[in-house]
Design a binder for this molecule. Structure first.
Ligand code: PSV
Ligand code: MN
Ligand code: MN
Length: 424
């Protein structure tokens, strides 16, 4: 299914008067309005192919109907999201959950929908029926060279798929670790991981990057071989300039100061990008901004400050992606909410009075520094985002439009009520 632009325009028309009033109200106080709007227009966040169906917990999976039955249908769903918000112009594939067997046709469909392919993700955290060796005791860190080789070859194959699709990065997340003290020699595991990654790194095309994701625990509960940003950063440094550290917001212990990690990685030129989600307890993969939107804003504040200090292009110089899972919501609605939350945090960060903040910091004026940050955070920037979307041909209110246009009903009619998304 594809959304017609006139239907979105027609819906916008009904909201336009209200929007204009709200926009003028907030715009009056925005110093560099044109710059803010053009930055919002340029900003895009990739959609993971595995988030288009209802996610599973080990206790159950409850499809809401009309879920995509193929990679083509997943592309169509991202096309719907992008048509509505004009900020989701790429998809990130997880292989082998989504194998682009006919890369040329898949690429042509993506182009027709205005989409391209973000990082490709390898998967050595599950066993596939066709594989010779098991990853029960790890993959790139495994004590057995043959298992490591199998995992290395898988990553090389994923790069090949990515090249066919026009991706420019390989994203590696390993579940490798141990469940019990004594199970693993930490140095041996780290060394094996480094050597395996070096072999993969050696096959990267010139214009490619490898993003090394970390996670403290789960599925292993005693140690994880790439458990935190220090271990990821160490690997990325040893690998070379094409390697950097990917921050998944859910992959931190409670209370971790993620914004400080982001700031230091940026300073070192080693921040690959993000997997956005939100969490209360662990790797909950909840909708971005649903639990702690202030933290998201503080992260974006560091991003904007740090990227500007290095003259980086906000939209293109690091990877922006959602990594979430939805048990009870319509996945498309959830993704629309996530993208809006990211853009809200970004717009608020753009509004921070940086000169005043720097002056307050140099004067150790702690109360004023807080006032400055929170003045930006407490601004209702939604009309700015709506304006950017409108100017790009998107919906003023993507979720309202999605519901008004009965998209899910059409998907259920087309695909059936009992569909369960492929993959996972
Ligand atoms: C692992 O928790 C993770 O965040 C990694 O990014 C995976 O690639 C993704 O989830 C999907 O399982
Ligand atoms: Mn992730
Ligand atoms: Mn995760």
């Amino acid at each position: 299914m594809q959304l017609e632009k006139y239907a979105i325009d027609e819906h916008n028309h009904q909201l336009l008067k209200n929007h204009q009033r709200n926009f003028e109200h907030v715009a009056a106080d925005v110093k560099e309005l044109d710059t803010v709007i053009s930055k919002l227009k340029a900003f895009n966040i990739a959609i993971p192919s595995w988030a288009l169906g209802t996610g599973g917990t080990r206790f159950g999976r409850f499809s809401g109907g009309g879920e995509p039955r193929s990679l083509e249908e997943k592309l169509e769903d991202v096309g719907v999201i992008h048509a509505l918000n004009r900020s989701s112009n790429s998809i990130s594939l997880h292989i082998p959950w989504d194998i682009p067997d006919n890369a040329q046709a898949i690429k042509a469909l993506a182009t027709q929908l205005g989409l391209h392919f973000d990082a490709v993700n390898s998967n050595t955290f599950q066993d596939q029926a066709s594989q010779k060796h098991s990853y029960k005791f790890g993959s790139l860190h495994h004590v057995d060279k043959e298992v490591r080789q199998q995992a290395i070859q898988h990553n090389i194959e994923v790069i090949k798929y990515g090249v066919e699709l026009g991706s420019k990065a390989l994203s590696v997340w390993l579940s490798d670790g141990s469940n019990f003290p004594g199970q693993l020699n930490f140095r041996g595991a780290f060394q094996n991981t480094l050597e395996s990654l070096q072999e993969i790194y050696g096959t990267l095309p010139n214009d490619w990057k490898v993003w090394v994701e970390y996670k403290p625990y789960e599925p292993n509960f005693y140690s994880t071989t790439i458990g935190d940003w220090g271990q990821s950063y160490l690997l990325a440094s040893k690998l070379g300039p094409k390697a950097s550290t990917l921050v998944d917001l859910g992959h931190h212990l409670n209370g971790t100061n993620i914004e400080q990690i982001v700031s230091i990685l940026l300073m070192e030129g080693k921040l690959a990008g993000f997997h956005f989600n939100d969490s209360k307890y662990g790797d909950d993969d909840l909708t971005v901004g649903s639990i702690n939107p202030y933290q998201l804003f503080l992260i974006f504040n560091e991003l904007v400050e740090g990227m500007d200090a290095r003259n980086m292009n906000h939209a293109t110089d690091i990877g922006w992606m959602i990594d979430a899972s939805h048990n009870v919501k319509d996945p498309i609605e959830d993704l629309l909410q996530s993208v809006q939350a990211i853009k809200i945090a970004y717009a608020q960060a753009l509004l921070v009075d940086k000169k005043a903040l720097q002056a307050a910091q140099l004067n150790n004026d702690v109360a004023l520094a807080q006032e400055i940050l929170q003045a930006a955070y407490r601004t209702d920037v939604r009309p700015l985002i709506a304006q950017a979307s409108l100017l790009m041909g998107g919906a003023l209110d993507p979720i309202k439009a999605y519901r008004k246009l009965n998209v899910r009903d059409s998907l259920i009619k087309e695909r059936g009520v009992n569909t369960v998304a492929t993959g996972l």
